[in-house]
Ligand binder design. Structure first.
Ligand code: 5HY
Length: 260
């Protein structure tokens, strides 16, 4: 099995961290390739960044389709371009916010998100509205550390721990979700210090993709996630014209890997 874990920003050091976290949980016979696009924002901290990250993300999905990837992780907490990626991919595509929030609902009644910048909190609430029951997301708290400083700022861990403890005391939550792919390396330490389940979306999504592929499940092409209609794309997007005849690899249940 081959899982392509895509960091939609263009920071290679963050991609390396994401890849090591994903590989640490991948099962036997599962290869994880962590990649990032050559074009796009160095980090994703706004709607503008999210939007400009999507062409690069889709480029990496299309490369995965050419290379025969069995499934994909969108390794950015805003889950940028997730639905578009599903239209292009035959295999399952799971976002890290999606995976973390679903996992939180399997081990608790309500979760708090600890993220980077406060300006991304609205996006986290929007995603919680999509992925979790009403009221399940009890709060979103920002450590106000930019994404690219997570690797170097020594105050990240203590600030995340402090925010997590405050959230558990004030939000009525019982699970903590880390709101950035760049926090993956802190997960075990934060959990040890706060004493509740702390969920990192990179590892959660990697294992969810692995499970879906094991079940023989790809993205359904019956309707909304069917391959995009063939049409011209002009200017900088000229290279995004879909191949005629759609994708020979179909999603849905794969006969050779079906359950049973
Ligand atoms: C992420 N940005 O996981 C998000 C986190 C955020 O470049 N990778 C990014 O702050 O939304």
């Amino acid at each position: 099995m081959h899982i392509r874990v895509i960091n939609p920003n263009t920071t290679a050091s963050m991609t390396a961290l994401i890849g090591s976290s994903a590989r640490a949980v991948a099962g036997p016979g599962v290869t994880v390739e962590a990649v990032n696009p050559a074009m796009g924002p160095a980090s994703i901290e706004s709607h503008y960044d999210e939007t400009l990250a999507v062409p690069g993300l889709l480029t990496e999905i299309r490369a995965g389709e050419r290379d025969g990837a069995d499934g994909y992780v969108v390794a950015c907490f805003g889950d940028p371009g997730l639905d578009a990626a599903r239209e292009v991919a035959a295999g399952p595509v799971v976002g890290i916010a999606e995976a973390a929030m679903h996992a939180a609902m399997l081990v608790g009644r309500g979760f708090s998100v600890v993220t980077t910048l406060g300006r991304t909190a609205g996006r986290a609430h929007d995603l919680a509205h999509r992925y979790a029951p009403a009221g399940a997301c009890r709060g979103v708290h920002a450590c106000e550390i930019p994404v690219l400083d997570l690797e170097t700022d020594p105050t990240v861990l203590p600030r995340v721990v402090t925010l997590a403890r405050q959230a558990l005391a004030t939000d009525g939550s019982d699970v903590i979700v880390l709101g950035c792919a760049g926090m993956a390396g802190f997960c075990a330490e934060v959990s040890a210090r706060v004493g509740v389940p702390v969920i990192d979306g990179v590892t959660a999504a990697t294992l969810m993709v692995q499970s879906l592929v094991t079940l023989g499940l790809g993205t359904s092409k019956h309707g909304e996630y069917a391959a995009p209609l063939v049409k011209p794309y002009t200017g900088m997007l000229n290279g995004f014209t879909q191949p005629r005849g759609g994708d020979s690899r179909q999603g849905g249940v794969r006969a050779e890997e079906g359950p049973g």
